[in-house]
Design a protein around this ligand. Structure first.
Ligand code: CA2
Length: 156
């Protein structure tokens, strides 16, 4: 008799958490806007939350637009969804918008601060049109909420 095929769920591709320019400075300057936690703390908390949700997760922070574009292009094959805080590139980058569009993955946009309470140039995001949702103003908890949202979307 033929052996029964093992019914293992297909391996899930990791969710990619991307951080843009200057977010490596988190916790080191401007704590009144961005809080006291560092990017390493964000990564640690995301890893704990992702493990709880059963989501594999990968991180990249870069100060360079092209590096972020390259990683988003690779994500199309390598990842199942993207959480992105593009930093100031949020308000300037058509290149990131195009890359996210081409990736055809669920995207959640995160901002630590409430960009709508700040200078008017921060009120417009080039990447929001490709995002399933946008979380702003909830501090680094926003990243954890974004992972929860992606876990639900990917389970559908
Ligand atoms: O609120 C957010 O998460 C932002 O994406 C952060 C960006 C800003 O340009 C966006 O308008 C809103 C800035 C990230 C820079 O982070 C720093 C953190 C500490 C010290 C200096 C910069």
């Amino acid at each position: 008799m033929a052996a029964k095929a093992a019914r293992r769920p297909p391996a899930r591709k990791p969710v990619l958490v991307l951080n843009g320019p200057n977010l490596n400075m988190l916790g080191k300057r401007q704590p009144e806007i961005y809080g006291r936690e560092t990017l390493a703390d964000v990564e640690k908390q995301c890893r704990v939350e992702a493990a709880r949700l059963g989501l594999p997760v990968e991180f990249l922070q870069s100060n360079h637009e092209g590096v972020l574009v390259d990683r988003i292009q690779a994500a199309r094959e390598q990842n199942s969804g993207i959480v992105i805080n593009a930093g100031a590139l949020t308000h300037t980058s058509v290149a990131l918008l195009d890359a996210l569009n081409a990736a055809e993955l669920p995207v959640i946009e995160v901002h630590i601060s409430n960009i709508y309470k700040r200078e008017s140039f921060r009120h417009h995001s080039y990447i929001s049109p490709v995002a399933v949702g946008v979380i702003a103003g909830l501090g680094i908890q926003g990243y954890l909420l974004a992972l929860q949202a992606l876990a639900r979307l990917l389970a559908r």
